[in-house]
Write a protein that binds this ligand. Structure first.
Ligand SMILES: Nc1ncnc2c1ncn2[C@@H]1O[C@H](COP(=O)(O)OP(=O)(O)OP(=O)(O)O)[C@@H](O)[C@H]1O
Ligand SMILES: [Mg+2]
Length: 256
């Protein structure tokens, strides 16, 4: 089985984590799903209202510092450890990448890790990755094998500029993923049109836009999870359903 790997990226604070969490809650109804928090400043678990004690970064550090003492097949050791840190929730699994690498050369460790992650992800129908802001993952090729890359942008020029840079970098690095764009925190038709136009002129599939919604702010302030937000059926939640439909038909179109 080959998972459909969707990475959610974009400028800082545009709503990547919220969009990732919402996507997870929708797509897990369609098949088995692994949610990956690839932001060292991890907050995807919080969006689901759960806590994660151990991360993949912790395991990477153990491996890095004691790999010579690990007996037997190192890949098998690593694989077993991944199963230990994956958190099984009711409808999907959650993996937190955790802290960045320490000092020293991680080439050997990262090569093994990348190969194992690739193998591990094949257990799922969908993998949704909440990326950290910026372009770090692309330059380090952490998210190799991504099929769909969704950039979340607010209506700022900076948000769209980041989308543009991501697009350029993907080309440079030969990352062969389909590109989609979601506008978030949109306040009027004019800014929605601006984002749509940008998408159409820059080779992105425009997946739709989400309004700035006080309900989202309120839920966040009260420490409520995205599951709670979904229950409010506010305009953000309703518009998100349209995005999921657009995403589904886009994926079906691309896969066929
Ligand atoms: N449509 C919206 N309406 C109102 N507030 C929103 C909306 N989308 C996101 N927010 C708020 O904006 C803030 C940033 O959202 P989020 O954490 O999802 O962004 P991010 O891109 O993951 O940020 P970071 O780059 O720090 O990881 C949060 O407080 C979130 O509640
Ligand atoms: Mg985030």
């Amino acid at each position: 089985m080959i998972a459909i790997l969707i990475a959610v990226t974009g400028k800082g604070g545009t709503g990547k984590t919220l969009v990732s969490a919402m996507l997870v809650l929708h797509l897990c109804k369609k098949g088995s799903l692994l949610a990956v928090d690839a932001d060292p400043d991890s907050n995807l678990p919080e969006a689901f209202g759960v806590e994660v004690e151990r991360t993949l970064g912790d395991i990477r550090e153990i491996f890095q510092s004691s790999r010579d003492e690990i007996k037997g097949d190192k890949e098998i050791w690593f694989e077993a450890k991944i199963f230990e840190v994956v958190k099984e929730l009711d409808n999907f699994d959650l993996l937190v990448m955790g802290r960045p690498e320490g000092e020293g050369c991680y080439c050997y460790t990262n090569n093994i890790l990348r190969a194992i992650l690739k193998k591990f992800m094949r257990h799922y129908d969908f993998v949704v990755v909440d990326c950290e802001a910026g372009l770090e993952h692309f330059s380090r090729k952490t998210i190799a094998g991504v099929n769909y890359l969704i950039v979340v942008s607010d209506t700022s020029r900076k948000g769209l500029r980041t989308a543009e840079r991501i697009s350029e970098l993907m080309e440079e690095l030969n990352i062969n993923a389909r590109k989609g764009l979601i506008g978030n925190k949109v306040i009027d038709k004019r800014s929605e049109n601006l984002i749509r136009e940008f998408a159409e002129n820059s080779g992105f599939k425009f997946l739709g836009s989400l309004p700035y919604d006080e309900k989202v702010v309120e839920c966040e302030m009260m420490g409520k999870s995205v599951v709670d937000l979904m229950k409010t059926n506010c305009s953000f939640v309703r518009e998100f359903e349209k995005i999921v439909k657009n995403l589904e038909s886009w994926v079906v179109l691309c896969q066929s």
